[in-house]
Write a protein that binds this ligand. Structure first.
Ligand code: CA
Ligand code: CA
Length: 587
């Protein structure tokens, strides 16, 4: 335990040399109104609706090329690897999470560490897709995040000391948690902390849970898969779905997956929390004829009691690992309360967020093989020949027919969040153009073992690029512009009222583009690949922009032939903060 002791000493030293800014408790109104307040970022998504849109305009198309680093801080140690976090900022303090379930508080004026928390991880954790973390939540005097051994940890924001810890589930069964928790208001219970589970490749029980923020006490639980019983105030509440086996055969629903591994967004207009559910288990779709609800779906949950108000399935009877977890972003257009979500399966969906009614779906990547289109009823029109074959139909029953599928299972878009501009009325979607060979194999559930029944190899489909940041008009599906990138994009997007789009690339560049035409206006080499999400806020009259750099995530681990092309990208762990030189900002 030498290492931990040393860290404790280092943190104490940091406390004595930094003047710690005064922290006011974060109130639920601060979270609900986060998008409108430019002096802080107290939610994932720069507002619970997840638009990642800032009204700040000091950094604009004319001056963004002059951005310079204000400071950078290393996440240090031997624990580099993918840094997929989005920073939070409150009262002059930045909170970031990092690889291996770590968190920091940083003085935003100097970049000096205030405290560091290292979660003690046990042997045998089972993270599917790198040892990443996607961010924290903040409320009252606490910052809260999930860990690779499936715990939730609440720290005192001033000291970094643990206030409470709760176990989500057994990490030995494949559970972990990496998404930023979501804090929402309720009438019945006060503010609740909403979280999901990771572990969709291990046959876990996908679910969303609501907890008291101050104590971590469980208030309700809502499983995503039909047949499982929810809980409310310690008692069984209602079953998910209409009846057992309505859309699942036999007992497969019991290990049916539907992991809620990307967390959720919240819409104050409807009072609904939107979560996505991942792939059904196992991947081999021939074992589970039926729609397999609510796998590969978006569900709208009433935070008062954990009931499902509506569900919309993007890929019924998924056979390609098209997890339906991607973020649901609320926006208003045509006098309607809408929501958009860009799916792993390559289609961009627009729904009525009050009731989940399907409005439209458009392909946002090219050469999609698995479906011809999304029909007017909102269901995919499958290309049956392009579904990986049934192993039982094969010669020896051990391997079904291989198909080449586009998108690959890592998706037309994966976890990396898109942004919506209230100014241009466009969505900025970090997408990837790639395919895969995929085939099915027999499989049986075994606790803690991968539950796939499939094999795969990801391949590029274009010579010059995989990544593609796209500006999409949600009312027509038109791709207004596209910025290609050689490596797959794996980080989030931010847009501003001054007409800028910020994002990072695996090659390490932090970029700003013109939101109207995609023209590059700024690029800075951060020294390692970027897979995190940028933020902007106003500090003492100056607009700041931050991004965490550090290459990793699922692509180097699962990318097949694509992984070879990015094998030379260097790992890292550095938070960078930019601003304009003082003179220029004053003009
Ligand atoms: Ca704010
Ligand atoms: Ca999955």
């Amino acid at each position: 335990m030498k290492g931990l002791k040393w860290l404790a000493t280092a943190s104490a030293f940091a406390l004595t040399v930094c003047a710690v800014p005064a922290l006011a408790d974060v109130k639920i109104e601060d979270i609900v109104n986060d998008a409108a307040t430019t002096n802080d970022v107290v939610s994932n998504g720069l507002g619970p609706q997840g638009q990642r849109y800032s009204t700040l305009e000091a950094i604009n198309k004319d001056n963004v090329a002059n951005l310079v680093p204000a400071w950078a801080m290393s996440l240090g140690g031997e624990k580099m690897r993918g840094q997929e976090t989005q920073p939070l900022v409150r009262d002059g303090v930045m909170y970031i999470t990092g690889s291996y379930s770590r968190m920091w508080a940083i003085d935003v004026k100097t970049g000096h560490e205030i405290w560091q928390y290292d979660h003690r991880l046990p042997e045998g954790i089972l993270p599917c897709c790198d040892v990443i973390n996607r961010g924290a939540a903040i409320y009252g005097d606490k910052v809260i995040f999930g860990t690779l051994d499936a715990k939730l940890v609440a720290l005192n924001a001033k000291t970094g000391k643990v206030v409470w810890t709760k176990e989500i589930d057994d990490f030995k069964a494949g559970y972990s948690y990496t998404a930023a928790p979501l804090i929402v208001p309720t009438k019945a219970h006060g503010p609740l902390l909403l979280t999901g589970v990771s572990g969709g490749e291990f046959g876990v029980v996908g679910r969303v849970e609501g907890r008291k923020v101050d104590t971590g006490e469980l208030v309700w639980s809502r499983p995503t898969i039909e047949g499982h019983m929810g809980t409310l105030n310690g008692k069984p509440s209602t079953m998910t779905g209409d009846k057992v086996n309505a859309t699942w055969p036999g007992d497969l629903w019991k290990t049916g997956g539907g992991a809620t591994w990307l967390g959720g967004t919240y819409d104050p207009d409807t009072g609904l929390a939107f979560f996505g559910a991942g792939n059904p288990g196992p991947w081999n779709s021939h074992m589970r004829p039926g729609d397999n609800k609510w796998s590969c779906a978006r569900i709208a949950i009433d935070p008062e009691d954990g009931s499902i108000k509506w569900g919309y399935q993007t890929t019924p009877n998924d056979g390609w690992d098209f997890d339906g977890v991607n973020e649901v972003v609320s926006f208003d257009a045509d006098g309607k309360k809408l929501a958009a979500t860009a799916d792993r399966n390559g289609f961009f969906y627009v729904l009525d967020r009050t009731n989940g009614a399907f409005q439209a779906a458009y392909p946002f990547v090219s050469k999609i093989t698995w479906a011809k289109e999304i029909g007017k009823d909102g269901r995919p029109v499958y290309v049956d020949d392009n579904r990986p074959g049934d192993p039982k139909a094969g010669k020896d029953g051990k391997k079904g027919a291989t198909v080449f599928a586009v998108p690959s299972f890592l998706g037309g878009k994966n976890w990396m969040p898109m942004a919506y501009s209230q100014q241009t009325k466009l969505f900025y979607v970090p997408s990837n153009e790639w395919g895969m060979d995929i085939w099915n194999e027999p499989v049986a559930y075994k606790k803690g073992a991968a539950y796939l029944g499939a094999g795969f190899t990801i391949k590029p489909i274009f010579d010059d690029h995989i990544g593609s940041l796209k500006a999409i008009d949600p009312l027509t599906g038109k791709i207004v512009w596209e910025a290609k990138n050689k490596a797959p994009l794996w980080g989030g997007v931010l847009t501003t009222a001054s007409g800028l789009v910020f994002y990072g690339t695996p090659e390490g560049e932090f970029k700003a583009l013109d939101a109207t035409n995609g023209k590059e206006l700024f690029s800075f080499n951060t020294g390692s690949g970027i897979v995190g999400s940028p933020i902007t806020w106003e500090q003492d009259g100056e607009q700041m922009v931050s991004i965490v750099s550090g290459w990793g995530g699922a692509v180097p681990l699962w990318g097949g032939e694509v992984a070879k092309t990015v094998a030379n990208l260097n790992q890292g762990g550095m938070v960078w903060t930019f601003k304009l030189p003082k003179k220029m900002a004053a003009n």
